[in-house]
Design a protein around this ligand. Structure first.
Ligand code: NI
Length: 391
């Protein structure tokens, strides 16, 4: 990395930690990040040369236009927190009861602020522009990315990059998967309507509980018997509600669950197969059903062009041993995928695991803790990407 960038990176490091700690102490839930966005906008306003906009009250976008013409690249951070009571006892622990930055989005925001500060200093040399996207509501579908895309944040954007801290790999490692990296996540609700009655006279009722049990088992057979074994999918029923009593067969039961897959074909296929199965089973029992299918996040896809840039950036700026190519995609989902449906992009994982510092707790755990050394790695990754693309 250029000397002036390294010097700027060192200079902003303490401020990046301070930003992250402020955000960590003041977490807000998805779609309610008004004060978080205000704080970020206020910090950006102190950086020279940015043009700042608020596509929604709880998000912020800053544009840095270089002195020379060229393409626009977007860097994205998510800013929302989770409904979790923090169990860590650091001085900057959450002051908002029941809400915690347990997925590192405080770190993502601070890293992107740091990158904006550093890159603003090289504006006269930039051959193109950088869009810094501070996105609300990554944790709750339909997600904030769709909102922002609708407001035009991808207009003129050639490529987008996003970072996520990742305690599963050591600090100073950076990982990503080529191609598909995250699963789609769709939810479903099934209501089975039978006919309630006395528990001692099942023949006079149409028992939706037994039918529901059958549906749960048959759903497992969709994955194991109806899909191509090479197509991976997870179909989970996580809620089964039947409000009968010891001797009361209820009128209806409600099932709810999720489908995760890395295959666009499977994503279309499974709801059709579920419908077929429900048609058959309910007809055999004289019951009825409704199926509600709610599409969540799309499959995350790291574009080959963006992967090559990410790989070169990491190996050149950080050293070859830094890069960990993930052999498999994860079954988690990310609404960064919404941007990737529109423009090529790559999502990178910034290692933050350090057993000596106790930072190997998984994200979404109430003891999740950040190794703050990862902040510097994240800022460096952002600015190295732009260095390679626009300087
Ligand atoms: Ni996250």
């Amino acid at each position: 990395m250029r000397e002036n960038l390294t010097a700027l990176l060192d200079k902003i490091a303490p401020q990046v930690i301070a930003w992250r700690r402020h955000l960590h102490a003041n977490p807000e839930l998805s779609f309610h990040e008004q004060r978080t966005a205000d704080y970020i906008a206020q910090q950006l306003a102190a950086i020279k040369g940015l043009s700042i906009s608020r596509p929604t009250p709880n998000s912020v976008v800053a544009d840095l236009t270089g002195a020379m013409p060229g393409p626009c690249y977007a860097l994205r951070a998510d800013i929302d927190a989770l409904p979790i009571e923090e169990l860590n006892d650091e001085p900057f622990r959450s002051t908002n009861p029941g809400v915690m930055h347990a997925c590192g989005h405080d770190a993502h925001s601070a890293m992107l602020l740091g990158a904006a500060w550093v890159l603003s200093h090289v504006q006269p040399q930039l051959k193109g522009s950088v869009r810094f996207i501070f996105q609300h509501a990554e944790e709750v579908p339909p997600g904030g990315a769709l909102d922002l895309i609708e407001k035009g944040v991808l207009n003129d954007v050639a490529m987008i990059f996003g970072l996520h801290v990742f305690p599963n790999i050591p600090t100073h490692s950076i990982g990503f998967a080529e191609g598909v990296f995250s699963a789609s996540s769709d939810n479903f609700d099934i209501v089975l309507e039978g006919k309630g009655g006395h528990g001692s006279m099942p023949h006079l009722s149409c028992d939706p509980v037994v039918l529901g049990a059958e549906v749960v088992l048959k759903l497992q057979q969709i994955v194991s018997r109806r899909l191509d074994p090479l197509d991976k999918a997870v179909l989970t029923v996580a809620s089964f509600r039947a409000e009968g009593g010891y001797n009361v067969i209820p009128d209806s039961v409600e099932l709810a669950g999720t489908l995760r897959t890395h295959s666009a074909k499977v994503r279309e296929q499974v709801p059709v197969l579920i419908k077929e199965m429900l048609d058959g089973l309910t007809m055999a029992q004289g019951a009825r059903y409704t199926l509600k299918w709610t599409k969540g996040y799309a499959i995350g896809f790291n574009h080959p062009d963006a992967c090559r840039i990410a790989e070169r950036t990491v190996t050149v700026a950080m050293g070859e041993n830094t890069l960990q190519k993930f052999p498999n995609p994860m079954f988690g989902s990310e609404d960064f995928s919404s941007y990737q449906e529109k423009v090529p992009g790559c999502f990178l994982f910034i290692g933050s695991g350090n057993p000596e510092k106790g930072t190997t707790w998984s994200v979404h755990n109430p003891r999740f803790k950040l190794d703050e050394e990862a902040l510097q790695v994240g800022v460096k990754t952002h600015i190295s990407l732009i260095e390679q693309l626009l300087l």
